[in-house]
Every structure is written in structure tokens, then in C-alpha cells.
Design a protein around this ligand. Structure first.
Ligand SMILES: Nc1ncnc2c1ncn2[C@@H]1O[C@H](COP(=O)(O)OP(=O)(O)O)[C@@H](O)[C@H]1O
Ligand SMILES: [Mg+2]
Length: 245
């Protein structure tokens, strides 16, 4: 069974349709890239997985459960990293992680925080968050998202605004989560990142899936030498189809 299942998903805001007829699955041990320009519908899709948006039509499931009906169970399996999530500025990183960790019934929260402190290289955890750089904040955000060891992980433009070293840290982290069996959805508009970290990608535009396959398959489909060029080729093919009568 796929850990993430999306079938014919439709998301609407009032009379505006943001996502339409979107389907894809992600299995454990797999990183699925959700690629598309700003406004393509990536965030809208990912928010349905956490039960933050109810689909107007279609079905989403996390580990077989419906996030709308079974939100608690879904959130125990799911970790979500978004860009620029605000953190409590007056707390230290460790205090913040204790606060977020308390939502789950963890047998050894202090031990888990100490493990993540080493794993994500956060020697600054006892300083106030107000003094952190963007990269330090994002490491705390990643720690927050995986404090409960979720096996379904969603990263939405998680490397936005990060310097080279912090970005590298996030990419290595994603690969490590995949290797321990997690299902990961990685949304980005940066094709080079997707090319490096994703096993399979779905290209979305205007809320619809335009192409799907392994990075290698998309390169073969288009004859392009990298994913960025393949992406541009697929987008222009779609546009010329729309122009045709
Ligand atoms: N809260 C909202 N209200 C109205 N329209 C929205 C809202 N959030 C997103 N949209 C619209 O839905 C479409 C998809 O947005 P989004 O899912 O954020 O795309 P992406 O994450 O790929 O940039 C865009 O046209 C956006 O303007
Ligand atoms: Mg977005």
C-alpha cells in the first residue's frame, strides 16, 4: 500500500479551481518530487494531506486514512516542513521542541531532542530563536516536523532562502529519511534539487499533472540534458496543445 494516495483531487477557493483531477501515489522508501511554477497548486495539494484543506472532490489518504475524518491518526504519521514557518522568538530552540513534542505521547522527549540536536547539527539549541539565522531556524523546523518520527514526510519549498550549506543539510536529510523507509513528497520549483533528490517526479501546472516519471524517463521523453530543460520543454508542449483547435 502507498503511504500517500491522491486520486482525482480537486481543490477550490470559492469559485477558483486551484487543483484539478490530480492523482499520484508515494510509497515508503521513495522521494516524490512535486514540481511546478508558483501558483501551480503544490501547496494546496500538500495542505490536503494534513487535513488543513478539505478536497472539493477526489480522495486523499495518508497511510490509508482520510485526513478529514481521521486527522489525529494522520498527524501522528505525518511530518510537514514548510518555508518560513514562524517560530516562538522568545524561546530557545530546545524549549520550542519541548513545546511541539508535548503534542505527541513520546516515551523519551528529551532523548529524542538530544538525538535531533546531533543529527541535524544544532549546537545552538540553548540560545534564543530570535538570534537564529534562516538556516538555523529551518533546522529547528525540520526537527519539529520529525520529532515524532513520522514515516510520511512533506517538504514544501523547504529550502527557500537557505544558504548552500543549510540547503545541503536539507537534501541529505531527505535522502536519509527515504533510506529509513519514509515516504517523502518534496515540492520545489528548483529543478536541480529535484533532479538530485527525487526518485520520481510529477510536473504540475495550472493545478493539473502535466507529466510524471523518473527523472531519467522525463529526460528521455524530451531529449533534454537536465530536468530544468525537460521541464521547459514539457511546459511549452502543453501550451502549444492548448493553442491547437
Ligand atoms: N487561500 C487562498 N485563497 C484563494 N486562492 C488561493 C489561496 N491559496 C492559493 N490560492 C490560489 O490557488 C492557486 C494555487 O496556489 P498554491 O497551491 O499556493 O500554488 P503553489 O504552491 O504551487 O505556488 C494559485 O492560483 C493561488 O493564487
Ligand atoms: Mg507553494
Amino acid at each position: 500500500m502507498a503511504l500517500i494516495e491522491i486520486k482525482q483531487l480537486e481543490v477550490r477557493y470559492g469559485d477558483k479551481t486551484a487543483v484539478s483531477g490530480l492523482s499520484f501515489d508515494v510509497h515508503g522508501g521513495e522521494v516524490y518530487g512535486l514540481l511546478g511554477p508558483n501558483g501551480a497548486g503544490k501547496t494546496s495539494t500538500l495542505r490536503t494531506l494534513a487535513g488543513l484543506i478539505a478536497p472539493a472532490a477526489g480522495r486523499v489518504a495518508v497511510a490509508g486514512r482520510d485526513p478529514q475524518r481521521d486527522r489525529g491518526a494522520v498527524l501522528r504519521r505525518l511530518g510537514m516542513v514548510m518555508a518560513n514557518t514562524p517560530l516562538p522568538e522568545q524561546m530557545t530552540g530546545r524549549e520550542a521542541l519541548r513545546y511541539y513534542g508535548a503534542f505527541y505521547d513520546l516515551p523519551d522527549l528529551e532523548g529524542r531532542i538530544a538525538f535531533l540536536e546531533a543529527e541535524l547539527d544544532m549546537p545552538f539549541l540553548d540560545e534564543e530563536i530570535g538570534n537564529y539565522s534562516t538556516g538555523m531556524r529551518q533546522r529547528v523546523n525540520v526537527a519539529r516536523a520529525i520529532i515524532h518520527e513520522p514515516d510520511v514526510l512533506v517538504l514544501d519549498e523547504a529550502t527557500n532562502g537557505l544558504d548552500v550549506r543549510s540547503r545541503r543539510g536539507v537534501l541529505e536529510f531527505v535522502a536519509a529519511q527515504r533510506d529509513r523507509g519514509a515516504a517523502v513528497v518534496y515540492s520545489t520549483h528548483v529543478m536541480a534539487e529535484a533532479e538530485e533528490v527525487c526518485d520520481r517526479v510529477g510536473v504540475i501546472d495550472g493545478g493539473r499533472l502535466v507529466a510524471e516519471g523518473t527523472v531519467q524517463e522525463l529526460l528521455e521523453m524530451t531529449g533534454a540534458r537536465n530536468l530544468e530543460l525537460a521541464y521547459l520543454e514539457l511546459a511549452s508542449r502543453k501550451r502549444s496543445e492548448e493553442v491547437r483547435p
